[in-house]
Design a protein around this ligand. Structure first.
Ligand SMILES: NC(=O)c1ccc[n+]([C@@H]2O[C@H](COP(=O)([O-])OP(=O)(O)OC[C@H]3O[C@@H](n4cnc5c(N)ncnc54)[C@H](OP(=O)(O)O)[C@@H]3O)[C@@H](O)[C@H]2O)c1
Length: 222
């Protein structure tokens, strides 16, 4: 969510980013303009276990005081390890841990912070890889992404009346920084703008906003 963070920082929000990797957080701090850097909270944490997520929540509350919006964009960018018969069980476990289990655990721990407030939001960023195998050898990516889609569906159906705005931004294309752009890809900063815009839009809930390419993103931001 680093790109969305930049926009939200511009609008005066305080933004907290959790990562297991302090060097990634340092990179993010360097990316943000010095004038807004004091509004960026970076926390080293692992939201893949209940204890880790709880620790991250306590650190977040200590640093930020109050939480109004949560963006869950967990996983990995790409996986192309090969067809299922070539894969060890360990690989599938890792895929599910990264795309599904961390999404579940962090939701379980962070959702109570925003659940009962209609001005609060909880947004999942998911991927269209969950609907089809993108190319040979990416099957486990589909399994992981599909499990995240199913989890979001379960939340919509199990909690139809929850006051917090519960939405999903489903990206059906590649996302890259300008130097790695390919036809049909989304610029990561533009996507960040869309995430931030969705967070600011608190009149819709239980929706899936699908982005199929750069044109959809323009429409979304209008
Ligand atoms: N990249 C694309 O082209 C693309 C396209 C369509 C959809 N998407 C969707 O976008 C979402 C995010 O993917 P991405 O491409 O942004 O991947 P990414 O750049 O690898 O970011 C995923 C983030 O998840 C974090 N994470 C995973 N497990 C964690 C844990 N246990 N504790 C704390 N942080 C954890 C990683 O933090 P660490 O720093 O700790 O590793 C990383 O910052 C996924 O749902 C994916 O399906 C991506």
């Amino acid at each position: 969510v680093s790109c969305g963070d930049v926009r939200q920082l511009r609008f005066g929000f305080k933004v907290a980013v959790i990562s297991r990797d302090s060097s990634r957080l340092e990179k993010l701090r360097a990316f943000v303009s010095p004038s807004t850097r004091d509004k960026l909270i970076t926390l080293v944490g692992n939201v893949g276990s209940e204890e880790g997520a709880e620790e991250a929540k306590q650190a977040l509350l200590k640093a930020a005081g109050k939480v109004t919006d949560v963006v869950s964009s967990l996983g990995f960018s790409w996986w192309q390890g090969g067809p299922p018969h070539t894969q060890p069980l360990k690989e599938l476990v890792w895929v599910l841990e990264t795309l599904l289990l961390s999404t579940f655990v962090s939701w379980k721990v962070f959702f109570p912070l925003v659940r009962d407030n209609p001005r609060c939001t909880y947004t999942f960023v998911t991927g269209g890889a969950g609907e089809k195998v993108l190319m040979p050898g990416t099957g486990f990516l589909t399994v992981g992404a599909a499990s995240a889609l199913a989890f979001c569906q379960v939340l919509r159906e199990e909690y139809p009346d929850v006051p917090c705005k519960l939405n999903q931004l489903k990206i059906n294309s590649g996302v890259a920084p300008p130097e790695r752009m390919a036809p049909g890809y989304l610029n990561h900063l533009d996507l960040g703008e869309a995430v931030a815009a969705l967070v600011e839009r608190t009149n819709e809930s239980h929706k899936i906003f699908s982005i199929n390419g750069p044109d959809d993103l323009k429409t979304f931001l209008q």
